[in-house]
Design a protein around this ligand. Structure first.
Ligand code: PRP
Length: 182
């Protein structure tokens, strides 16, 4: 059985995303004024949100990048998460902001909160463009959430389906067809 995307329906336009990213950046600038902040980009999905968000920061943050994978070849939501690329900066004594494209079940973020939180950071918060609250299985709150989305398979603005659609400037709901064969 295969899943094919047969239509994309725009959910948030590039303009709507830009407006929301500006609002989030303004709140973050207020909250981190005068603080030594490190913004962490969770690759791959967060690359576009991260780039648009941090270019509006005025507290002079340090930036770093990490990547996760699951072992066993299953999705990250299996709960067995590993770093495939860890951070490179020292996070000790710093105010760390984890930047994600989407928090879905929360398994990935819970892993990150545990791991990054164990590195003697001064504070730890989460920014996520999409907060899929209804899918949450882990108890956590997104401090800076762009949009709450409760249904649908979404792509664009960094979010992919099988490695595709990340380049789209807007966020779209993918309508999926179930087919047979390749
Ligand atoms: C997505 C997203 C989060 C994770 C959220 O990553 O970027 O890291 O899933 O899901 P969860 O809340 O259910 O754990 P994905 O595995 O699609 O990798 P990608 O960032 O490379 O697209």
């Amino acid at each position: 059985m295969t899943l094919r995307i047969n239509n994309l329906r725009e959910l948030f336009s590039a303009k709507e995303i830009e407006t929301r990213v500006c609002e989030l950046a303004a709140r973050i600038n207020d909250d981190y004024r005068g603080k030594n902040m490190v913004a962490l980009c969770v690759l791959n999905g967060a690359f576009m949100f991260f780039a648009d968000l941090v270019r509006r920061f005025d507290m002079g943050p340090e930036l770093d990048f990490l990547r996760l994978s699951s072992y066993g070849g299953n999705s990250l939501s299996s709960g067995r998460v590993l770093f495939s690329k860890d951070t490179e900066l020292s996070l000790e004594g710093k105010h760390v902001l984890i930047v994600e494209d989407i928090v879905d079940t929360g398994v990935t973020m819970n892993f990150l909160l545990r791991e990054i939180g164990s590195r003697n950071v001064k504070s730890l918060r989460i920014a996520a463009l999409i907060d899929k609250v209804e899918r949450r299985t882990e108890k956590l709150t997104v401090d800076y959430a762009g949009f709450t989305v409760n249904w649908g398979f979404i792509v664009g603005y960094g979010l992919d389906y099988a490695g595709r659609f990340r380049e789209l400037p807007g966020i779209h709901v993918a309508e999926l067809d179930v087919g047979s064969g390749s």
